[in-house]
Every structure is written in structure tokens, then in C-alpha cells.
Design a binder for this molecule. Structure first.
Ligand SMILES: C[S@@+](CC[C@H](N)C(=O)[O-])C[C@H]1O[C@@H](n2cnc3c(N)ncnc32)[C@H](O)[C@@H]1O
Length: 266
């Protein structure tokens, strides 16, 4: 496994000035049409690719997604969360890992794609998790839970997809208990140099073999959204402005993926 960097980030003064507008970030990268609602397009995309998602995710993560999930989820171990919410739960791999490592009482998974969660439900049933699980079709920007319902909220490979990022971050903060935790795992397409060249080549070659599984537009969205989303310091600043304090940041595998553990500070 590659170069792991683990360090405490110096916290900066939290400005009440929210650092993003949705228009600047996630709104712009859409799978199919620039004019139509992004969330509706994402439902179409993820419902369509749900049966192949696990293998695609495995490939774009260099086969490391399971390891990254396990390492990141173990950050939460000292806090023993009992009630957990997994946002953009998709095919429920986070639920499986959380059950194994944290053994919480209950994990609720939410996602806009019923198709992705259908695969997730089958997986959870097959693996016979000890944890009680629940799957709900919901948008991260409009959660139906009461304030302070969860000890910890997680989102793996999902934050870059959220159309209404600022509203979603407000909602996530609202449903976390005071002092509770927020764990983010996200891939970053290498920005430059040899790693970027190798990565692009690798994806291209893979695409030659799986033509028919994903359309060009699906593949383009999944990879373009990676390079467009803020990472590292920039993302941390955004999260601080939504009342989260960084506790731990880990970069995995030559910075291809990062995990951020944050605490709700209000
Ligand atoms: C790349 S998949 C990640 C799945 C899973 N968390 C994992 O670890 O593999 C992204 C998921 O985000 C979901 N998603 C996109 N926008 C969403 C939103 N606004 N609210 C909830 N889920 C959303 C998609 O439906 C999709 O299942």
C-alpha cells in the first residue's frame, strides 16, 4: 500500500462565511445534459450502472477501495458510535465494513438511487450483518431525520456527487449529535505528472475491455467529477465553514484517495 501521510491539521479560525456556492462546485459537472437537473441525471446514471458499480469502483480505485474503507472506518473506533448514517450508501460496502469494525447498533443508509441500494440490500442480507440496517431513498440535501439523531455520519465516494453541497453539509451537521463525527472518503484524480498519465492510460485500457458496461458519458462523468472536486486544504476549509473541525486526515496510495475525520463543533 502506498505512501500514507497521517497528520493533525492546524485548525484555522472558523469563519461564519460559508465558503462555497453550489454553482461554483458540484452543479457544473453533470452526466448527460448541462440544462437538466443533476440529481435526476444521477439517479438515471446510478440506477443504470448499479449492477456493474462494484467492479467499476474497484477498477477506478486501483483495487484499493475496500482497503481504504476499512482504514478510514477504523478512525471511528475510539468513539464507538452506536447510531450511524451512511450517506450515498450505494451498494452498501460501507455498511459491511462498519458492521465488521465498529459493530454499531444501527446503520441507516440513504441514497437517491433505489437501484444501487437494491444491490446493497442483497449484499447485506447475504452477509448476515449483526448490525440492524435500514435503507431509505433520500437526498442528502433534504434529510428527514430529527436534529442530533446520529453519533456518526459517513460518506464514501459520494460527496463529489452531491448537487446541493452546501445544503447537504448543513443537513449533515444538523443530524449529527453534538460532538459527534463525520467521516468522508473521496478519490482524487492525480492532478499532474506521471501518476496522472498512468491513471488515464489505465482507465482507457480498462474501458477497452468493458465497452458495453458503461457508456462514454457515464465513464466521463465518473472520472471528470473526481478531478473537479476540491481536495485537501480547500475541502477542509469548506468543511470548517460548516462547523466541522478536522480531527484526522489520511492520504492513501500516492494521494489517490483521502479520508477526513471531522467533529461537529457546535
Ligand atoms: C460513487 S457511489 C458511492 C457508493 C458507496 N458509498 C461506496 O462506498 O461505494 C455514489 C453514490 O452517491 C449517490 N448520490 C448522488 N447524489 C446523491 C444525493 N444528493 N443524496 C444521496 N445520495 C446521492 C449515488 O446514487 C451513488 O449511489
Amino acid at each position: 500500500m502506498g505512501n500514507l501521510v497521517d497528520y493533525q491539521q492546524q485548525q484555522t479560525e472558523n469563519s461564519n462565511n460559508k465558503m462555497i456556492s453550489d454553482e461554483l462546485l458540484n452543479d457544473q459537472i453533470k452526466p448527460y445534459s448541462p440544462d437538466e437537473d443533476k440529481t435526476a441525471q444521477l439517479i438515471t446514471l446510478f440506477d443504470k450502472i448499479s449492477a456493474h458499480y462494484d467492479s467499476f469502483n474497484n477498477v477506478i480505485s486501483w483495487g484499493m477501495a475496500h482497503i481504504w474503507r476499512r482504514k478510514a472506518v477504523s478512525f471511528l473506533k475510539p468513539f464507538s458510535p452506536k447510531k450511524m448514517l451512511d450517506i450515498a450508501t450505494g451498494t452498501a460496502d460501507m455498511m459491511v465494513v462498519m458492521d465488521k469494525i465498529l459493530k454499531p447498533e444501527k446503520i441507516t443508509g440513504i441514497d437517491i438511487s433505489a437501484g444501487m441500494m437494491e444491490i446493497g440490500k442483497q449484499k447485506v442480507a447475504k452477509k448476515q450483518l449483526q448490525t440492524q440496517t435500514d435503507f431509505l431513498v433520500q437526498d442528502a440535501a433534504a434529510l428527514t431525520f430529527e436534529d442530533q439523531s446520529f453519533d456518526a455520519v459517513t460518506i464514501a465516494f459520494g460527496i463529489r456527487n452531491l448537487e446541493k453541497l452546501s445544503q447537504s453539509l448543513r443537513e449533515i451537521n444538523r443530524v449529527i449529535k453534538s460532538g459527534g463525527h463525520f467521516l468522508i472518503i473521496e478519490v482524487n484524480q492525480p492532478e499532474k505528472g506521471i501518476m496522472q498519465m498512468l491513471y488515464k492510460l489505465y482507465i482507457r485500457i480498462y474501458m477497452l475491455f468493458v465497452t458495453g458496461l458503461l457508456d462514454e458519458s457515464d465513464y466521463k462523468y465518473l472520472t471528470n467529477s473526481m478531478s473537479a472536486f476540491p481536495r485537501g486544504k480547500k475541502l477542509i476549509q469548506i468543511l470548517q465553514s460548516y462547523d466541522f473541525k478536522l480531527i484526522k486526515l489520511k492520504r492513501f496510495t500516492f494521494d489517490v484517495c483521502s479520508a477526513y475525520l471531522l467533529r461537529k463543533i457546535n
